[in-house]
Structure formats: structure tokens, C-alpha cells
Design a protein. Structure first.
Length: 237
């Protein structure tokens, strides 16, 4: 083989290797791309379990424990205490993240939007911006976010005090502060690590989490019609 031929062969191998690398990079999923429809994995649980507390019990203080126990007893007795979703109101944060209905995440410059199929709850996360100076209490609160490496950090304050932490009935007050860390792994699963800080009803901040997968059965969210409990009862009569 001549010198020129060997040089041409080496150049061809380098070009082929570079092309292969570009193909791999193009095919590799972007860890910051959270867009699409996501559904919860695992068995549905009415409660957020505390991942950082032995036994999984949230660190409720006496006031919080009294409210929670009252709601648990009402549920056992068949006389559920009403919460906002029963009246077609938004679920609140972090309660909305335990819904078994899918979520569509839409990413646009400066904003991440979570569109929940259940009652079409909507969460808007403004990126790289401060919280509003004095946000009016809202069901979904005031959410801002930023990227920490490949993790989306969402900070939410300004939440109404009448929503529940979870479907089981854990309470919270107006000073509830929720920080979520959304991270997508190499298998395409997304984890939402949730830090809950509410000095009114808990003795310390605590963590819980939920894991989501892309749902091939639900390429898009569908229509959801919410009817208040009274309307259901009237329809049944």
C-alpha cells in the first residue's frame, strides 16, 4: 500500500469514527428534555410517605396529627371531609403530583408548563426568575425554577391553606414551601423528589418522591370533565 493510500485510509477511518460519534450524540436522549406525556409508576398510594423518616411517617406536630387523624377517622366512617378536588377546584401542590392521571410537560423558552389531565390543572414554572414579591394565595401557588445540572429544580410558595398534602388528608398551612427536583435517568424514567417544609403542622421538613414513565398508551392527554359531588348525586336520582 502506498503512503498516500495509507493516509487516505486513516483519514477515512477518522471520518467514519467522527460520523459514528455524531450519530450517537444525535440519538442520545437529552436529559433536560422532559417534554411529553408522563404517567405514575407503581401501585397507587393515598399517602405521600416520608422517604427520610424511619417507617415513612411524616413528622406531624400535635396540631397536624389531630387534623390528620380526624380525616382518617372520617374516611373510615364513610363521612369523608371535603377537599377542593371534590368541588372541582385545583388539587394544589404537591397533592397534584400523586394523581394517577397523566401529565403533559411542555417546555418553551423561559417556562415549563405542566398540564395535568385531571381537572385540567395547570402549573406554570417561570425559569430563572424570582418569586413574585407577595404572591396572592393560589391553589397551585407561585412556582419558579432553574436547572441544576440535568435536574430541574422547582420552588413553590404562595399556596392556599385549604388544600391537602395528599389524598389521605395530611394538612398544611399558608407557609407551606415545596421544592421539587425533576430528574430523568438514562432509562427515560423521571423522578420528582419533593421537599415539604411547613412549620405550622410539621416538626421538620421532609422528603417524598414519585416516579413517572412515558406512557405509550397516552400519546396525549384527553378531555376530563369534573362534576361536583352534588351534581353526581342529582344525576343518580
Amino acid at each position: 500500500m502506498t503512503t498516500n493510500a495509507r493516509r487516505g485510509q486513516r483519514r477515512g477511518l477518522r471520518l467514519a469514527a467522527a460520523a459514528a460519534m455524531l450519530c450517537l450524540l444525535a440519538a442520545a436522549p437529552d436529559p433536560r428534555d422532559l417534554s411529553g406525556v408522563w404517567s405514575l409508576t407503581g401501585k397507587y398510594d393515598l399517602q405521600f410517605r416520608a422517604d427520610d423518616v424511619p417507617g415513612g411517617e411524616a413528622p406531624l406536630n400535635p396540631a397536624g396529627r389531630a387534623i390528620f387523624d380526624r380525616r382518617i377517622k372520617a374516611y373510615a366512617d364513610g363521612h369523608n371531609e371535603p377537599e377542593p378536588p371534590n368541588r372541582c377546584r385545583p388539587h394544589g401542590v404537591p397533592r397534584i403530583m400523586m394523581s394517577p392521571y397523566p401529565i403533559e410537560i411542555v417546555q418553551t423558552p423561559g417556562q415549563v408548563t405542566l398540564v395535568h389531565e385531571v381537572a385540567h390543572n395547570l402549573r406554570i414554572v417561570r425559569l430563572d426568575q424570582p418569586h413574585l414579591p407577595r404572591p396572592a394565595p393560589a391553589y397551585m401557588g407561585d412556582s419558579v425554577g432553574h436547572w441544576d445540572g440535568d435536574t430541574l429544580v422547582v420552588d413553590t410558595v404562595g399556596l392556599r391553606g385549604d388544600t391537602w398534602i395528599d389524598e389521605a388528608g395530611k394538612p398544611h398551612g399558608a407557609r407551606l414551601h415545596v421544592v421539587e427536583r425533576f430528574h430523568k435517568d438514562e432509562h427515560g424514567r423521571m423522578t420528582d423528589d419533593i421537599r415539604i417544609d411547613d412549620p405550622e403542622f410539621y416538626t421538620a421538613p421532609w422528603h417524598t418522591s414519585r416516579t413517572f414513565i412515558h406512557d405509550p398508551r397516552a400519546p396525549r392527554i384527553t378531555e376530563y370533565v369534573c362534576e361536583e359531588a352534588d351534581d353526581f348525586q342529582k344525576a343518580d336520582r
